[in-house]
Design a protein around this ligand. Sequence first.
Ligand code: SF4
Length: 222
Amino acid sequence: MNIEAELDRARDLDVSELADAIESIGFECTRCGACCKGYETDDGPEPHTATVFPDEVRNLQEATEYEWRDVARPMPYGLAEGDDGLEGETFEWALQAGSCGDCRFYEEDDGGQGACQVHEDRPLICETYPFSVELGGTTQPMGEAVDSEGIVRAHECEGLGRDISREDATELARALKERAVRELEEARAVTDAYEPVEADSGTVVVHDSEGAKRPDGTPISE
Ligand code: SF4
């Protein structure tokens, strides 16, 4: 399926059907923080990595008065390890991670209960975790699904299987549909805006839906 057909499918998603699927799988956030923290791999610790759209970065900047770099970093996938760190081209932004590898907005109290400092302004990917929709096209939802109901997929999360109210399921379903549409619109706009950039070695270029940018979010054309 091409991206236009996939976008049509995403725009036609029925929120009530998505809510049925979410209700049937069940979910309640336990505030364990697993989706906000870095994680261990066979090759060592990896920082938290979640996609954030350019306008979401600006929303978070407005909410926090942080610099772009304090909110987002170039998505590391596809970048190479150079003499002075990562270099090359990438096509997405990731939420910035703190020195411990957790999302820089994640805080934990002494009892291990997690909290998002920007809960009201968190990106769509955070609002909709652990769910994604599978439209059967070119864009791949994150990770392996541990449960699915129709086109709604659920990813590993200890909050799955808990009762959810119809109101909360509908709210989540609305956000899930919005995210599916936004991800595809962003992917299409990245392709449309792409122009090769002569970049010096040792630098990173992020091609997002608004054009080529430096890691601090400034356009390269400036
Ligand atoms: S923005 Fe908030 S919800 Fe999203 S990963 Fe960071 S702490 Fe978690």
